[in-house]
Write a protein that binds this ligand. Structure first.
Ligand SMILES: Nc1nc2c(ncn2[C@@H]2O[C@H](COP(=O)(O)OP(=O)(O)OP(=O)(O)O)[C@@H](O)[C@H]2O)c(=O)[nH]1
Ligand SMILES: [Mg+2]
Length: 665
């Protein structure tokens, strides 16, 4: 039986296909109507591909032994009728594990050796270097073989204190480590730093990515998980266990890594089977579970209905044995419902607000152009029809008028060309300021502030310096953006008053998303620097790793700002440029056909027929484009319907409603 989560994820995949195919149709339309331009075509191709390849990341984060891996087994892998991923008492999963499906490769387990921690390369970067990983092939026809391969996830090794220190894994607050050094002179560390599992499961094929993480110790030693990987997950499942209650380290994980960092989160109270007691009535057992749920909710400071009580172990067992009563009792289906409702819906919203808005805007711009062409061809047809039975003098007068129009127009086009050059020059200066070279200069200065000692104090100072510089930069860029915009405004105004073009004011350059991302980095740094553990122990290794994770994020913020500014600049005069070209080709066409008729009045009938055929062709092209726009708008409505809290509005789509997409011209 298909569960709600599977259904939602499959529907979501179908929805993405629908968008991708509308984008492909639009590319074909542009090609057919001769309106395709290389850059736009590339962008559309990229968008269609990214919609097709879109992934939905579900992260399981909790202290060790709360049942993360068991829950993953129960939710996703029960059809193998066995416990596929290794679970055990105590610390089991030793490295963060990503499970996904990449159809371009065979099933595998790839493992990143723990020694890679000795240099500053991030996991994201290392993913691009195949040679850095140890690869095991995965035989998906045999659950036993798979279990063997997955055993790598729990592999450990013993190293000396010096080696543990060199890897940044030594923690003198960890009693187990201290004892181990005292008794054996060695300490256990994970063999692998990160694992990637390529696995052909239907949900993973639909774009789901599962991230299993080890407990607090690893979260603390791999800042990239905290700063980047967990916050970018589309949902985080946080687990607690009935037998332990909410411990101090559970709370540390919740407050430091999830509460304010994860956009969507689900709290799960696992192992409720421990409370099942045949000597009590079902009501009594239920009351006990409910009281634990309420206590948990109070401690996490969230509503009790947001805490899901489950038994992952019994859910897995129930699915292996096809025991529906046990499955219902395990509570796992409620988690599936919640994930289906929240996670997929929030993902819908992301695509709707990004790719759907961008493509719809492109289609709407094309729609305007094609409608102008239709209107112009209609006017030309009318003009030709009105010439029936008229003499050459009338034709001559019309020709004179068109020539006069052309002269005035050419003058305006000269003004446009000059101003456009100026806009391009200023734009280039603007882009240079957002270049990665510029960021590197800033980072160098902030590194100087930190020095070589890698203390939290230095880190704090360095980040403050960086943020001060980026704020000034954002202000300067906003100011220059206004200057460029005012040039563009003047041009739009000129063509509006002199040639009847549509009155338009292009949008302002908005640097607030950039500022927000930089401020978020300061907040993360503040939290890191004020965490007593980090201040007291002054883990230089960790501070250094933390700094490089921040650098990666700052780089991403700069790249995003660079991209947004580029898009803004490109879009600034693009509609005007298009209209200018359109208008010119109309004037040319009019002149050409009037000259022909002027030479030979008998040519009129043929010209009328040609103009009528051209008009009909443009009308059918316009209708085809309307169908594409309708498809995109329907997809936007589906997305809005999937997200109960956010109804479909004109504003969020930035588009007219279906009602105003009039199919007549
Ligand atoms: N009674 C009971 N035990 C469970 C349940 N879920 C998991 N366990 C047991 O708890 C232990 C830990 O489970 P895991 O899934 O390995 O926990 P984890 O959170 O992945 O732990 P790490 O990998 O060490 O971070 C295992 O022995 C499981 O069999 C449950 O619902 N009920
Ligand atoms: Mg585990």
């Amino acid at each position: 039986m298909i569960n709600p989560l599977e259904k939602q994820i499959e529907d979501y995949k179908a929805w993405r296909e629908q968008i991708a195919s509308a984008i492909s149709e639009y590319r074909d339309w542009l090609d057919l109507t001769g309106a395709s331009d290389g850059l736009q075509d590339l962008r559309l191709y990229d968008m269609a591909e990214s919609v097709r390849r879109d992934r939905l990341v579900l992260a399981f984060v909790a202290e060790f032994a709360r049942g993360k891996t068991e829950t993953i087994n129960a939710l996703f892998f029960s059809n193998y009728k066995t416990r596929l991923l290794p679970c055990d008492a105590g610390r089991t999963t030793m490295c963060p594990t990503e499970i996904f499906w990449d159809p371009n490769e065979e099933p595998y387990v790839k493992l990143l050796p723990i020694e890679t921690r000795k240099n500053d390369d991030s996991i994201t970067m290392l993913k691009r270097i195949p040679g850095a990983w140890t690869k095991l092939r995965l035989d998906t026809s045999s659950p036993e073989e798979m279990q063997k391969a997955f055993h790598a996830l729990v592999q450990k090794k013993e190293v000396t204190l010096d080696e543990a220190r060199a890897l940044g894994l030594w923690n003198d607050q960890d009693m187990m480590m201290v004892q181990s050094i005292q008794t054996k002179g060695k300490v256990e560390i994970p063999l692998w730093r990160h694992a990637l599992i390529n696995f052909p499961h239907p949900l993973l094929k639909s774009g789901l990515v599962i991230l299993d993480t080890p407990g607090l110790n690893t979260l603390g030693t791999e800042p990239e998980l905290t700063i980047n990987i967990i916050p970018s997950a589309h949902a985080v499942v946080f687990l607690l266990a009935t037998d332990t209650g909410v411990t101090k380290s559970d709370m540390a994980i919740w407050t430091n890594y999830i509460r304010d960092r994860a956009s969507k989160k689900i709290a799960v109270l696992n192992k409720i089977d421990i409370l099942w007691d045949d000597l009590k009535t079902p009501q009594e057992v239920q009351a006990m579970i409910q009281s634990q749920v309420e206590a948990t909710a109070r401690q996490l400071n969230i509503p009790a209905q947001d805490v899901f009580a489950i038994s992952a172990q019994k859910a897995l067992l129930a699915r292996i044995r096809n025991d529906d009563a046990l499955l219902a009792k395990s509570g796992i289906e409620k988690v599936e419902h919640a994930l289906a409702q929240n996670v997929v819906a929030s993902k819908h919203a992301i695509l709707r607000d990004t790719i759907l808005v961008e493509t719809s805007n492109m289609v709407k711009a094309s729609r305007k152009t094609i409608q102008q062409r239709v209107a112009a061809s209609r006017a030309q047809l009318a003009e030709l029809n009105a010439l029936r039975g008229k003499n050459r003098e009338v034709v001559q007068k019309l020709l004179d008028k068109v020539s006069a129009d052309r002269r005035v127009y050419e003058e305006s086009v000269r003004t446009y060309t000059l101003s456009n050059q100026k806009v391009m020059q200023l734009g280039e200066l603007l882009m240079q300021q957002l270049s990665l070279d510029r960021l590197d200069q800033m980072l160098d200065r902030s590194r100087e502030e930190i020095g070589d000692s890698w203390t939290t104090h230095g880190l704090n100072q360095g980040m403050r310096k960086l943020i001060a510089q980026t704020t000034t930069l954002a202000e300067e860029i906003t100011h220059q953006g206004m200057e460029i915009k005012s040039l563009a405004d003047e041009l739009y105004q000129l063509f509006h008053t002199k040639h009847g073009f549509e009155a338009r004011t292009p949008p302002k350059l908005d640097m607030t998303p950039f500022l927000h991302s930089m401020q978020a980095l300061v907040k993360t740094t503040d939290e890191f620097c004020s965490d007593p553990i980090n201040v007291m122990t002054e883990k230089h290794f960790l501070v250094r790793k933390f700094f490089f994770s921040l650098v990666a994020q700052a780089r991403a913020a700069f790249e995003a700002a660079h991209h947004d500014t580029h898009v803004w600049l490109k879009g600034l005069l693009a509609p005007l440029k298009l209209q200018i070209a359109e208008h010119k080709s109309q004037l040319d066409k009019r002149t050409e056909s009037l000259m022909k008729i002027h030479e030979n009045l008998d040519a009129l009938q043929k010209s009328i027929e040609e103009a009528a055929a051209h008009h009909a062709l443009l009308q059918s092209q316009s209708a085809a484009l309307d169908q594409i726009l309708l498809k995109l708008m329907k997809a936007a409505q589906t997305a809005a319907a999937a997200e109960p809290s956010k109804p479909a509005t004109n504003e969020t789509m930035g588009a007219p409603t279906l009602g105003t997409v009039s199919l007549t011209v």
